[in-house]
Write a protein that binds this ligand. Sequence first.
Ligand code: ADP
Ligand code: MG
Length: 230
Amino acid sequence: MRFRVEDLDQHYGSAQVLRHVGFEIAPGECLAVLGRNGAGKSTLLKCIMGLLAPSAGRILLDEADATGWSPNRRSRAGLAYVPQGREIFAELTVGENIEAAARAHGTYGTAATEETVSLFPVLRDMWKRSGGALSGGQQQQLAIARALVTQPRLLILDEPTEGIQPNIVALIGEVLRALKGRLSILLVEQYLDFAIDTADAFVILSRGSIVETGRAEAMSREHLTRFIAV
Ligand SMILES: Nc1ncnc2c1ncn2[C@@H]1O[C@H](COP(=O)(O)OP(=O)(O)O)[C@@H](O)[C@H]1O
Ligand SMILES: [Mg+2]
């Protein structure tokens, strides 16, 4: 999917949280949005998913103007969102979490479901456990799997490594790198090395504005650090 955000503004009451935010993600690429706490990253993703209506600007999916679309319609068009804090169904089992997402998209029982689950072997082991009984890292894998079974064209992740142990961070990184090419990824991260290993391009957000943007090969670690060091 060719994905584009144009001139997005967002306010909470009188406070402006996003200012003229615009970028594009080429098909099959991963764009990382970096920025400190409070920069507006999660707000940006909520606008993109249709959970918040932006005060101005446009969201384009393959040139279709999706700005006024419901979250459901965006998800049917190929957007899948893994929110910060994961938000899996704690009372449902792992299997039921996956099944609910796949059924809603008509992909249940397809090879894609099996293939997705096989990316995260622990989910198979925990299939009948309730989501709430999983560790944070297991819940994150479930949240990503639940997004992937919908066979998205753009996978949107809000700080997927936050509070996750290193071996699972490494697994999530491997999965994302293997998926690139087949789908586009919009990755919000504060873990710089993870973003560097995964992204093809960067956008840096500071107090709601884009302050730097560029291809990964043109962005050194030192350069990126300067924007997000506390
Ligand atoms: N529901 C809300 N109501 C009012 N202000 C909010 C709300 N959510 C976030 N904010 C404020 O908007 C700014 C951006 O928040 P957020 O998008 O969560 O940033 P980030 O994800 O980059 O940490 C912060 O100043 C935050 O306090
Ligand atoms: Mg956030």
